[in-house]
Every structure is written in structure tokens, then in C-alpha cells.
Unconditional design. Sequence first.
Length: 235
Amino acid sequence: MTSNPTTATHQLRPGLALTVRAAGHGRPVLVLHGAGGPHTIDSLLVHLADGQQVLAPTHPGWDGTTRPESMTSVADLAATYLELLEAEGLSEATVVGVSFGGWVAAEMAVRDRDHRVGRLVLIDAIGPQIPGQRPAMPSNAPPENLAALRAYTRDTLEDPTLLDRARLRTIPELLVWGADDPVVSAEFGRRYADAIPGARLVLIPGAGHLPMRDAPEATFAAIDAFLAEAAPTRS
């Protein structure tokens, strides 16, 4: 049985108060939401908290939280969440990133030097530059959340350096993709997965940009199978 998530403020450093939901006990999992906001990962948080310790921060600037003026990039967010894992004494965590959160998760993995990240699950993730494929700017997120997104991305939803850096990752990776995603296409997901040695792609039939909402059973089954067999590894 899972407990109801609790919410706490983590003062990581002066001027940065991070709002974090937590639930469950066991192996550590960090869940990062997309442009729509923290509520979009509610079902994912609850599901993963059954037998695991889940942390789900709100990106500074979303849902009325404060974004320090010094935080202006995806790299800044990635560094913040690596710092959060360190502050909590967590290593080899599974990092699950949805949409924009998947970009942050990927950046965490390429920047990690202390084995804080052990596995990656990327759900309809933006971030890499895929020739001929360009993610659509979300249109249904609250205006304040879109403003925060733009503050970190500067109106571009891709990093031309990310894919080359991602190829150097050596941790187990799963990409879960809605087969009918109108924001980042299934072809985007295929080419992203093909570029990363050992990465696995699972397409979720009938699902759009948030497969855990559109097809939760199939989405959770894919993630559970990956977590059951893919122990964190380092070369």
C-alpha cells in the first residue's frame, strides 16, 4: 500500500526553496514533470511509490513557486536536482522525466559525476535536436507555467548538443512514447532511442503526449518491467 504524498520545502541554498512531494519507501526514484505542471504526474507518483521512495519536485517557477533569477537554463535545473539527491543522501536513483522533465532528466544523467543517477525513464521527452523533427510548444499549459518554461528554454525546445552527449551515457534507459503524440512524434522517439546505445523504446498504442494519463495500464507495465530487470550499472 502507498501512503499519501507529503509536501515539504527544501532550502537547498540561499534563495532557492524547492517544493518537493514525497511518498513511499525503498529504492529512490525522482520524477520530473513537464510543462503542464506537477499535477500531470500525480498518477505516476502514486504508482511508483508502491515499493519505492519517490521524490517529485516542482520546477521553480511552476504553480506559483519562485524561480531565482540565477536559474535560466535546463542545465541549472539539472544541477539543482543532482544537488537535491546529494542533500537527501540518495545515489543510483531512477530518474523519470516526462516531456520537459525528460530533457532535465537527460541533462542530469550527462552531468552526473557522483553516481546519483542509476537509471533513466524518459516519457515523451523533448530536448535533443532530431533533424526533420521539431517539438511543438505546449498550448494547453497554464500561462504562468509556459512563462517559466520559456525562462529555461528561451523559446527553443531542443539542444543541438544533447544527443551527442547522451550517446556517452552508460546507464540503463527506457523511452516510453505515446504512439499518437502530437507534441513529439513517435518517429522522434524512435530516432532518440536509436541514438543511445542499449536504450529501449516502448510505444504505447492509442496514447498521446501523456501516456500515463491516456493508457496508464500499458505505461505502468512497461515501466515496471524495466525497473524489475534493469539494475543500475556503471562501466
